[in-house]
Design a protein around this ligand. Structure first.
Ligand code: ZN
Length: 293
């Protein structure tokens, strides 16, 4: 069994958004042509999930919490997507917290979320989906009940809101990093749900597209267990562990939080580039899929 001594991720969350504001006076708005409705219907609904939250903020370095970096990147990615008519993005967080609709969903659906987790735990059978039970993978950080509930709740909400895809944003860290020092690990890693899970097949090509684009300009992780750069996981709740999610999803650890390039004034630019590369990858993926490219 490989063990991943790494502070890995996830938290997730989502929300939805629907905006296209058609002007009320336009007759076209009231009677959209078939072509127009097709354009609207074909918009790809993307949930951009900044990992972690104000209660559990993930990694931390020199007073900067991972969740803060995740939000910066998520905001850039959201903006890139929003400016593209192909996409209809939604963020799980804005202004430093969950969007109100998602926060309310967590509150209103606690019992349902807990019941779903229980059902998945009791019903999901690795052998049934062809997984060798001994074939384990990296051990990620154990998550608390609240974190697990938020992750499951986000997935449930995303399913109910008919998102087409979810993108989870994180920065990495590892146990044993010298305090307030850069440490020896750097680089990115992309996770997809494994082929054994019901959203795996649809997710892996997207995750690969993101991996390929990031790899053009970023170095991939030099942590030995992450060396493949693109990792299929059965265990990440955010990506649908225990077959809990149908929506294609990918999770990116963009860099190690203590890397020098993420410190100081240059940070914003670096994070913006990461977001842009992710946007370019997602766009290329969907254009290719729709035969535009
Ligand atoms: Zn994280």
């Amino acid at each position: 069994m490989k063990r991943l001594p790494v502070q890995t991720l996830f938290v997730t969350v989502f929300f939805i958004a629907i905006f296209y504001s058609n002007s009320a006076y336009s007759p076209e708005t009231q009677n959209p042509t078939f072509a127009q409705s097709q354009i609207t219907a074909d918009k790809i609904k993307i949930l951009v999930v900044a990992g972690h939250d104000n209660d559990t903020w993930g990694a931390r370095f020199m007073g900067v919490k991972e969740v803060e970096l995740n939000r910066i990147l998520a905001d850039y990615l959201y903006d890139f997507l929003k400016n593209d008519p192909l996409f209809e993005p939604t963020r799980n967080q804005e202004n430093g917290d969950y969007i109100p609709e998602l926060a309310q969903y967590f509150k209103d659906n606690e019992a349902k979320i807990v019941a779903y987790r229980k059902e998945r735990r009791e019903t999901f059978n690795k052998k049934e989906i062809g997984l060798d039970v001994d074939e384990d993978e990296m051990i990620h950080n154990m998550v608390t009940e609240d974190v697990a509930n938020n992750l499951y709740g986000t997935s449930m909400w995303a399913e109910e809101k008919d998102f087409d895809v979810t993108i989870h944003i994180h920065f990495n860290d590892y146990p044993g990093r010298p305090k307030d020092k850069a440490g020896k690990y750097r680089g990115f890693v992309v996770y997809a749900p494994s082929t054994y899970l019901k959203n795996g097949e649809k997710s892996i090509p997207l995750a690969r597209a993101i991996y390929d684009e990031l790899a053009k300009l970023q170095s991939k992780s030099n942590l030995p267990v992450e060396k493949d750069g693109l990792i299929e996981s059965n265990e990440l709740i955010a990506l649908g562990a225990r077959n809990s999610l149908s929506i294609p999803s990918a999770l990116i650890e963009y860099a190690y939080i203590a890397e020098p390039r993420l410190q100081g004034a240059g940070r914003e630019k670096v994070i913006r580039e990461m977001a842009q590369e992710t946007y370019v990858a997602i766009k290329g993926f969907y254009e290719k899929k729709s035969g535009k490219n």
